[in-house]
Design a protein around this ligand. Structure first.
Ligand code: FBP
Length: 552
C-alpha cells in the first residue's frame, strides 16, 4: 500500500468485522434448500446453462460441519466500479480459507477479469491483507470492466485456472459481472474443470437485489458519504440564501442512491427516474416540475434549494431511451463501431449516425449538446452508456433558467434563480466502509470461501436479515441462473441478471412521495454528517433507510 497511514486508518485496521453467528462459531454445515428457477425465459436459460441450471439454494447453519478441510487454492477478482468494502470481501475470504486450513492459498487476479484471461495475479499474503483491512478502494488488486466472452478468452481462463490448480474463483461484481461469472462457471463445468465460480454482489448503485440479495455492498457507505455532502450543501444553501444547487448522484440505471440520499437529507426535490418513466415525461416536463418548486419557494422568500438528480435519468426519458438503445445496437456492430471511430471530427460521426437512426432518434440525438452526444458514443463492453460523464444537472439548469426568465417576463414570478451544479459520484465509491459495509463484506467473503470449500459452482453469495444485528444474519448462496432473464444488449438477446429498479409501490418511494410536498417548500433539511466508525451503536451501526423501510 502506498502513502502514509492516517491515524483513523490505523485505528480502523484493528476493527474486527462481525460475522453471522453460524459462521463465527467455526462449526457449520452447508444445507441444500429448494431448487430455484428463473421466473421468466426458463427454457432459453436452461439451454444456455445446461450444467448449472436448476441448482438448490444453499444456507450455512451452525452444526457439525460437512465441509472438507483439504487444502484448496482460490482466485479472487474485483470487477466493475469500485464499491466500499471490496477489500473486506477479500479479507473475509482469506481469513475463512486460512481458518479452514493454513495451507489454503488465495490469489488475486490483477486489473479485473482481464487478469484471469492473461493469467496476471499475485498471491495474497497476510501482510497484504493486514495492510488493507477495513479500507476503501479496490487498489489491493485493482478492477476493470472487461467481459470474458470470446471463445479465446474463455479458453484462456480454463487454461490459466488449470495451470494455477485453482479449486475456486470468486468474482466480486455487479449484475453484469455476476452474469459473466455464471457464463464462466458454465463453461468451466462443461470442460470438466474443478474450478468453481462464485459471485459476490457488489455495486454502489444498489440495483443488484432480490429476495435473496437484500442489498449489494458499498451502497450504504456511498450513500452516507453523498448524504454528508448533500447535508453540507443544504446548510450552505440556508446560510447563503442565494443558490439553487443541482446535485447529480451516481447510479447508472436505478435511482436507489438518489432516493436514499433524498430520504436522508430531505432535499427539496428528489427526481426518481422510475417515476419519470412511468409518467412518460419528457426532459422539458421534468424541468417544468422543478420550475414550479422554484416559484413556490420564491413566493415564500426562499430563492435557494437543492435538487437531487439520478445519473441514469436520461435513459428513463422515453425518446432518449429509444435513441440510446438504437445507438447501442448500432455500436454493438464491430464494423459500424470501427467506422465511427475512424472519423476525425464529431460532425462526421454525427452525420454518419444520423443516417442510420430512426427519424425520432435522430431528432433526440440532435437535441443534446455536442459533448453529451460525444460521451454517448463510448458504450462499454456490456452495452452501458457512460452516463457518469453526461452532465444532466447542467442540461436541467439551462432548461429551468430559460423557463424562469420567461415566467419573469410574463410577470408570473419574481424568483431569483442562480444555480450551481455538482456531480457527486466518484467521491463515495472508495470511502472507508461503514461498520455495516465492513461487517457485511467480510461476511460475504467468508461465505464465498465456504461455497468453494463445498464445491458448488455458478452461485452468488448473500447474507440475509441485514436489518438485524450481525449475530442474526444468515449466510447463503443462490444459483445465478435463477436470477437471469433474456435482454437485448448491443443488438443481441443475451442472458443477464435483471436490474432491480426503484419500486414505485415500495415503502421507500412511498415514504418520499408522502413527504415531498412539505420538503419541497419548507426547509426541513437533515444534516447527516460524516460516517462514524467509533462511538455509540445508534450512530455507528445505522443501516440504510431503504433497507430499514423494505425489511422492517
Ligand atoms: P458497477 O455497476 O460496476 O458497480 O458500477 C457502477 C458505477 O459506479 C455507476 O454508478 C457509474 O455510472 C459507473 O460505475 C461509472 O463507471 P466508471 O468507473 O467506468 O467510470
Amino acid at each position: 500500500m502506498s502513502g502514509a497511514i492516517s491515524p483513523l486508518q490505523k485505528a480502523r485496521s484493528a476493527y474486527q468485522p462481525k460475522l453471522p453467528l453460524s459462521l463465527k462459531n467455526g462449526s457449520f454445515l452447508v444445507k441444500k434448500g429448494e431448487v430455484i428457477l428463473p421466473p421468466v425465459d426458463r427454457d432459453r436459460i436452461k439451454t444456455l446453462f445446461p450444467n448449472t441450471f436448476g441448482q438448490p439454494i444453499l444456507t450455512f447453519e451452525a452444526g457439525e460441519t460437512n465441509l472438507s478441510n483439504h487444502a484448496i487454492r482460490v482466485g479472487v477478482v474485483l470487477s466493475g466500479g469500485q464499491a466500499p468494502g471490496g477489500h473486506n470481501v477479500i479479507a473475509g475470504l482469506f481469513d475463512a480459507l486460512r481458518t479452514a486450513n493454513s495451507d489454503n492459498k488465495l490469489f488475486g487476479f490483477l486489473k479485473g477479469p482481464i487478469g484471469i484471461v492473461k493469467g496476471n495475479f499475485v498471491e495474497i499474503t497476510s501482510e497484504i491483507i493486514d495492510a488493507y483491512r477495513n479500507t476503501g478502494g479496490f487498489d489491493m488488486i485493482m478492477s476493470g470492466r472487461d467481459k470474458i466472452e470470446s471463445a479465446e478468452d474463455l479458453k484462456s481462463c480454463l487454461d490459466n485456472t488449470a495451470t494455477m490448480d485453482l479449486n475456486g474463483l470468486v468474482v466480486v461484481g455487479g449484475d453484469d459481472s455476476n452474469t459473466n461469472a455464471a457464463m464462466l462457471a458454465e463453461y468451466l463445468k462443461s470442460n470438466d474443470s474443478k474450478c468453481c465460480v462464485v459471485g459476490v454482489p457488489k455495486t454502489i448503485d444498489g440495483d443488484m437485489r432480490n429476495e435473496q440479495i437484500e442489498m449489494s455492498f458499498g451502497f450504504d457507505t456511498a450513500c452516507k458519504t453523498y448524504s454528508e455532502v448533500i447535508g453540507n450543501i443544504c446548510r450552505d444553501a440556508t446560510s447563503a440564501i442565494k443558490y439553487w444547487h443541482f446535485v447529480r448522484l451516481m447510479g447508472r440505471a436505478a435511482s436507489h442512491v438518489t432516493l436514499e440520499c433524498g430520504l436522508s437529507t430531505h432535499a427539496n426535490i428528489t427526481l426518481i427516474s422510475e417515476e419519470i418513466r412511468s409518467k412518460g415525461m419528457t426532459l422539458a416536463e421534468v424541468a417544468d416540475g422543478i420550475v414550479d418548486t422554484v416559484i413556490a419557494r420564491a413566493a415564500k422568500g426562499r430563492n435557494y434549494g437543492i435538487v437531487l438528480i439520478p445519473e441514469g435519468l436520461l435513459e428513463f426519458i422515453p425518446e432518449l431511451k429509444s435513441m440510446i438503445d438504437e445507438l447501442a445496437t448500432m455500436l454493438g456492430d464491430k464494423d459500424t463501431l470501427e467506422t465511427v471511430r475512424s472519423f476525425d471530427t464529431h460532425e462526421e460521426r454525427t452525420q454518419y449516425l444520423s443516417s442510420m437512426f430512426s427519424a425520432l432518434s435522430a431528432k433526440a440525438y440532435a437535441s443534446l449538446p455536442e459533448d453529451t452526444q460525444a460521451v454517448l458514443l463510448n458504450i462499454d463492453s456490456h452495452g452501458n452508456p457512460p452516463l457518469s460523464q453526461v452532465e444532466t444537472e447542467k442540461l436541467l439548469i439551462d432548461l429551468v433558467k430559460q423557463r424562469i426568465a420567461s415566467a419573469k417576463k410574463q410577470g408570473k414570478t419574481a424568483a431569483k434563480f442562480t444555480a450551481l451544479s455538482h456531480f457527486v459520484g466518484y467521491e463515495g465509491r472508495c470511502a472507508a466502509p461503514s461498520n455495516f459495509d465492513a461487517d457485511y463484506c467480510y461476511s460475504l467473503g467468508y461465505t464465498a470461501a465456504q461455497v468453494v470449500r463445498a464445491g458448488f459452482t455458478g452461485y452468488t453469495v448473500s447474507v440475509k436479515n441485514l436489518n438485524q444485528p450481525a449475530s442474526e444474519w444468515v449466510a447463503m448462496a443462490t444459483p445465478v441462473t435463477s436470477m437471469l432473464n433474456i435482454e437485448r444488449r448491443l443488438g443481441k438477446d443475451v442472458p443477464v441478471i435483471k436490474k432491480a429498479l426503484v419500486e414505485l409501490d415500495g415503502k421507500p418511494f412511498k415514504m418520499y412521495a408522502q413527504n415531498r410536498e412539505k420538503w419541497a417548500v419548507e426547509d426541513d433539511y437533515v444534516y447527516p454528517g460524516p460516517i462514524q466508525y467509533f462511538g455509540p451503536s445508534e450512530v455507528c451501526d445505522v443501516t440504510p433507510i431503504t433497507l430499514q423501510l423494505e425489511r422492517g
